[in-house]
Structures are given as C-alpha cells and as structure tokens.
Design a protein around this ligand. Sequence first.
Ligand SMILES: [Zn+2]
Ligand SMILES: [Zn+2]
Length: 308
Amino acid sequence: MQKLLSPEEIATQAGSEGSTNRLPAPHLFAERAARLRTLADGHAMGDFLRFAARLADAQQSRLDKLTAPRPDSAHLERCRQHGMPPLDAQGAELPADWQDSLKALAADVAAHAPAGLQNAIAGLADIPAERLDALARAILRCEETLSNPLELALAPLIGAALQVQWTARAQALQVGDIPSGFEDSLCPACGSHPVASIVRIGDAGHGVRYAACSLCACEWHVTRIKCVPCHNTRDIAYQGLENEQGNPHPAVKAETCPECHSSLKIVSMEKDPFADAFADDLATLALDMLVDETGFHRAGRNLFLFTP
Ligand SMILES: [Zn+2]
Ligand SMILES: [Zn+2]
C-alpha cells in the first residue's frame, strides 16, 4: 500500500520537481485590459467593463514605474519552512509608496470614471493619509469598516492601487520563494483570497488548475473537482450561464460545494485561450446571482467590486 504524504513531504517534493506556483506575468494588467475590452463588446455591463479596462491600463503604467525589493533570505527561508506567505497582506506594514500609486491611478482614470467615483476622486485630497492607510488595511483584512458613501466609492480604486503594489512585490520574488504544495484556500505568497480559479494550457501544464490571487496575482495549484475554500471533494457540482442562444460565456463555470455552501468560479483556457481569471470573473456577475439563488455564496473576492 502506498503511504500518504504529509503536507511537508509534498512541499519538499514539489520544491525539488519544480514549483506548483506561478508568479504574475510582467504585462499582466495590459493583457487584462485587452481581455476586458473584448468582453465589453455587446455585454449588458459594457460601460463598466470598459472602465475596468481603463483602470487596468492605469495599473500597468504604474506597475511599469515601480521596483519592489525582494525580501531578505532569512525571512524567505522562515516562510518556506513554516508554509507562511512571504508578502503577508494582513499583518505587515503597508508599502510606503502605496498612496502615490492611489493618486497616480486616480489621475489616470478620473475623466472616465462613473459619477460616484469621480466625486470621490475630487474629495481624495481632503482625506487624511492616516485614514487612507486605515481604509487600505480594512480592505486587505476584509474588515467592514468602510461606511460612508465616499469611502465606499473609493474602495475599488484603493483595491487597484494595492494590487499594483503587491503584484510588483510578487514579481520581485523567485518562484521557489513561495511555499509550495500546500493547496491552501489562501494565496501562498500574500495570504489573500482567490478571485477565481483558472484551468491553464501550454507551459503551465495542459488542463492544470490554479487558484488566482485577488491581490498579488500569483497562482497556486489546486486539484480539480475539489472545493478550494474547504477542500471537500464530495458532490461538487457546476453551474454555467444560459440564455436563449445557449451559454453566453462557456469559459466560466461556478464550482459549488454542498459542504461549505460556497462557490468559486473556474475559468477555462481550454475553452478560451485568452481567458483571465479576474476579467472573466467581472464579466460573469450574472452567474454569481444565479448561484446565489440556489443557496451558494460567492467565495471569490474581486477588488474592483467592493464587498468586505
Ligand atoms: Zn497573493
Ligand atoms: Zn467547500
């Protein structure tokens, strides 16, 4: 009989055979913007998706100007040994320049933003720096401390700025720096929730599934037909969108788990090679409503849609 491996043994094996994690691509946000524009064509939420594309373009311009340091080797070693995220988003200090990123994004998108966000951007200079830090921490920790309408309107922009900062930090890592092989429900690089999962093709392994981080855009391997939040493998089911013409978005399905009643999307590059976990998630909010009506709550977190 074959012996079952402990998570530590799996991690060690994964380390020697190549990592089960993927770092964010250099032009991630530009590619996402292109995908959002494709998805916006003929879409009921086309204006929203086109604005999201502008914001993703602004994120790429800001990312291109940032250089983040790689954490020191003692810290990386400690994290690898204990399976802890080296770029912890919950407890660690905020990057010193994150508010510069916020202001750069605000300046880039202000003219094209929806009215609520435009008003919030106009009031941005009046919000004290300490309050902006508190809002950023609340978003990173999924806390419900944002209450007034102006702060709620700013939340996607703050989320976008934090994504740029953490993506720059993730890009400064080497793939072996991230704890590997744990198949956790949270990102092994930064500890944040996934936005969705993606079935990849090509060099990432044909048909291999990864969970995509909502913050740093790293991806970690997760088994197919297994609930990412609770690891249950029994009675996993799938739901897709449907209209008179059939399925309007065949690359996206919702994986539902009867154990924890959550649902995480699976975006398939086998069905559409240009699919992007974040963009295709935004374009299929109708699927979240459908799944919600059948009693499953959304497990994915998308920082452009502020929900604590
Ligand atoms: Zn992450
Ligand atoms: Zn579950």
